[in-house]
Design a protein around this ligand. Structure first.
Ligand code: CP
Ligand code: NVA
Length: 315
């Protein structure tokens, strides 16, 4: 029998804050096993005959392709449901969509704007729901990020992650992920662009318990001090296109470049969820330079998500 602590069957994957440190560790171990099997071309059809419906209300390269390929490698199938094409985009309710999809497919992955929409979908659906990015969370990305850091650094606990830029979905999910695995985290944003208040409050409460240091500052140099992992993301996320010009000016001092990373440890690794805007949030020499592991990170979306899919939809 499965250890009940790690029995994910039927659960949703909406935010890392919903999972224990042990559960996150378990998913990382599963991802490593699935990655090894895939590399050795050992078949692993844990989801044979299962179908994942993938609702996209925003663009995607990595999330769409990695979930689709992941389902295929697990012996199942994925259906791409663009909100331009399904009735959700014409005003059908999220609740009716949840009821109907629950009769056809075995799991739903959704990328949308408001996190509350994903929560509503999950509360109505009788099948697992996976958050493929909302305005406030991107948990699948951070599971892949943790896997990448573990592979390159050999550990997670005791490291320091520095995130510089917008206090967006990435910043929120990185905060939740870091404290769960015992990693110190420092976030530097301009005034007015801090991470979500509720996430910060929850993370601070847990940080004290887990003896992890959480720093939220406006000073990128302070955040960067002795960092093992350096992370940034776009200054204007999907849905914020109209703020692009204003943000370019307000974030100008927050570019991750050689001058700033000089304050990190000499063997720091650089991560970015991608897509990257070279010359904006990150300089070319950093994102394309020797410290960068962004394509290992992108690959790990596949392996980390296969662990999530197997855990939620398998058995
Ligand atoms: N990092 C990430 O989620 O990429 P996509 O927007 O291409 O899915
Ligand atoms: N913060 C970015 C992440 C893209 C993967 C966005 O939401 O657009």
């Amino acid at each position: 029998m499965l250890n009940p602590t790690y029995d994910f069957r039927g659960r949703d994957f909406l935010a890392l804050g919903d999972f224990s440190s042990e559960e996150i560790q378990f998913l990382l171990e599963e991802a490593i096993k699935l990655k090894q099997m895939q590399k050795k071309r050992i078949p692993h059809p844990y989801l044979q005959g299962k179908v994942l419906g993938m609702i996209f209300e925003k663009s995607s390269t990595r999330t769409r392709v990695s979930f689709e390929v992941g389902m295929y490698q697990l012996g199942g199938q994925a259906i791409f449901l663009s909100s331009n094409d399904i009735q959700l985009g014409r005003g059908e309710t999220i609740s009716d969509t949840a009821h109907v999809l629950s009769r056809y497919v075995d799991g739903i992955m959704i990328r949308t704007f408001a996190h509350a929409k994903v929560e509503e979908l999950a509360s109505v659906a009788s099948i697992p729901v996976i958050n493929g990015l909302t305005d406030t969370h991107h948990p699948c990305q951070v599971l892949a990020d943790l896997l990448t850091i573990l592979e390159h650094k050999g550990k997670l606990a005791g490291l320091k992650l520095c995130y510089v830029g917008d206090g967006n979905n990435m910043a929120n999910s990185l905060l939740e992920g870091a404290v769960k695995v015992g990693m110190d985290i420092a976030i530097a944003t301009p005034v007015g662009y801090e991470p979500d208040e509720q996430v910060v409050a929850q993370v601070l409460a847990l940080a004290a318990k887990n003896e992890v240091e959480v720093t939220i500052t406006t000073d990128p140099v302070v955040a960067m001090q002795d960092a093992d992992v350096v992370y940034t993301d776009v200054w204007a996320s999907m849905g914020q296109e109209s703020e692009q010009q204003k943000r370019l000016a307000e974030f100008a001092a927050y570019q991750v470049n050689g001058k700033l990373t000089a304050h990190a440890k000499s063997d720091f690794i650089f991560l970015h969820c991608l897509p990257a805007h070279r010359g904006e949030e990150v300089s070319v020499d950093i994102v394309d330079g020797p410290h960068s592991v962004v394509f290992d990170e992108a690959e790990n979306r596949l392996h980390a998500q296969k662990a999530i899919l197997k855990a939620l939809m398998g058995g």
